[in-house]
Write a protein that binds this ligand. Structure first.
Ligand code: FES
Ligand code: FES
Length: 172
């Protein structure tokens, strides 16, 4: 059984894992990071999205051994503190971009990657990113509003600030 080192949310973990263990299972079962959800387990729904070296990746399509030595961020690392949400999370909350919340961690991680990129994303890039996530509850409109608000996309559903101010028509 290979020993691997995972750098997860700023902490280093040494783990013995079976060759074929999925990264989702390593995160959820070995490290207790159950915020990374598992839906389809074949790369379609996006619920398992994490950041691997700052790039969004389907953890259900990644073996734990492939992440050896790499830097991983999961949804548990996103909020700056227990009292404060990240702007992406705040926008999801303000725009009612979730209902059951199953799809939400994956969406937050994909939007976080866009939020951190040097070049601000345009509306098409945001929509393209969201097209990689399935949601069974919301009908997507509020998720889209939240994403455009958080990423400061002018000319779309809401104000360009990502500070979580109320905005009209946000899924009420
Ligand atoms: S669980 Fe990974 S994409 Fe659906
Ligand atoms: S909020 Fe329920 S699946 Fe998206």
């Amino acid at each position: 059984m290979p020993e691997i080192t995972l750098h997860v949310n700023g902490l280093e973990h040494r783990l013995d894992v079976p060759d074929r263990m999925l990264l989702t299972d390593a995160l959820r079962q070995r490290l207790g990071l159950t915020g990374t959800h598992v839906g389809c387990e074949h790369g379609v729904c996006g619920a398992c999205t994490i950041l691997l070296d700052d790039q969004p990746v389907r953890a259900c399509l990644t073996l734990a051994v492939q992440a050896d030595g790499h830097r991983i961020r999961t949804v548990e690392s996103v909020a700056p503190s227990e009292e404060e949400l990240h702007p992406v999370q705040q926008a999801m909350r303000d725009c009612h971009g979730l209902q059951c919340g199953f799809c939400t961690p994956g969406i937050v991680m994909s939007l976080l990657a866009l939020h951190e990129q040097e070049e601000p994303p345009g509306p098409e890039e945001i929509d393209e990113t969201l097209s990689g996530h399935l949601c069974r509850c919301t009908g997507y409109r509020n998720i889209t509003e939240a994403a455009h608000r958080a990423l400061g996309c002018a000319g779309h559903a809401g104000p360009a600030d990502a500070a979580g101010h109320e905005h009209e028509g946000a899924g009420r």
